[in-house]
Design a protein around this ligand. Structure first.
Ligand code: SAH
Length: 250
């Protein structure tokens, strides 16, 4: 029986891997990787390592997760070191917890290697701090998608009171999300930013107001972070990465 490592690959920039992640990637006999993992990271794999793509589109289905669990199990019975590589951090909307529960039930030993989540690092690469003294003393990370692909069931009143609200998987529901936040009391003039493909050479930033989003004026493509809050105004003072990147203002 082999060992499984559930590993966070970080948000995209290959240098945002942990030292521990690099070590197990070099040792792995098999790497099962997700859609949002930067393929450049796979160059760490040793010759002969099996690379298996198990990416799922947004609005994933239970059955697919079952299949992935089964694959991990099969590989673990036939290999010494199996790496399950996930974008960002495995426990932030990454279903890493489900895989760990499955492995424990099957009696397969595992370790979890945290990764840098896109929720915080992608805004950072756009010059937006999720907290800032005097501007934001709280932040929250929320899914913009329900578990079966529907609109998420969220306490909008509570959410509208958090200084910085960060949506993952929020692109397709962005208009409705913005409408709900405004209805719950958030000012329509609140600045927002969408950051597509953050921390990569294709990073693209779109700044607007909550009202613009609610009115369907913002064009954006996944994967993107959708961040709402006054901290967006700090961007001009802090930005450092995007000199040559695409910028759009609404
Ligand atoms: N476990 C991951 C999140 C998985 S959910 C993490 O910790 O980062 C997938 C969502 O993450 C995407 O829909 C998008 O909202 C966000 N995301 C992941 N990588 C991203 C990137 N490089 N740029 C922008 N958004 C990203």
């Amino acid at each position: 029986m082999g060992k499984v490592y559930i590993v966070g690959a970080g948000p995209g920039d290959p240098e945002l891997l942990t030292v521990k992640a690099v070590r197990v990637l070099k040792e792995a006999d098999v790497i099962l990787y997700d859609r949002l993992v930067n393929p450049e990271i796979l160059f760490y794999a040793k010759p002969g390592c099996e690379l298996i793509y198990v990416g799922k589109e947004d609005g994933k289905h239970i059955l697919e997760q079952d299949k992935i669990n089964f694959l991990i199990y099969e590989f673990a019975t036939k290999n010494d070191i199996v790496v399950r590589l996930k974008g960002g951090d495995p426990f932030v909307f990454g279903r890493g917890g489900e895989e760990a529960i499955f492995l424990k039930e099957k009696g397969i030993p595992y370790e979890i290697i945290p990764g840098i989540t896109s929720a915080i690092s992608v805004p950072e690469y756009a010059g937006v701090p999720v907290t800032h003294r005097g501007v934001a003393s709280s932040f929250v990370v929320v899914t913009g998608h329900g578990s079966k692909g529907q609109f998420p069931d969220i306490d909008w009143e509570a959410l509208s009171k958090i200084d910085t609200v960060i949506f993952l998987m929020g692109v397709s529901n962005r208009d409705k999300i913005a409408q709900n936040l405004i209805k719950a009391g958030r000012s329509p003039e609140t600045p927002v930013i969408f950051i597509e493909k953050g921390t990569t050479k294709e990073q693209k930033e779109i700044t607007a107001t909550l009202k613009d989003v609610a009115e369907g004026k913002v064009k954006v493509y996944p994967p993107a972070i959708f961040l709402v809050g006054e901290v967006v105004n700090l961007k001009d003072k802090i930005s450092w990465f995007e000199e040559n990147l695409k910028k759009v203002e609404i």
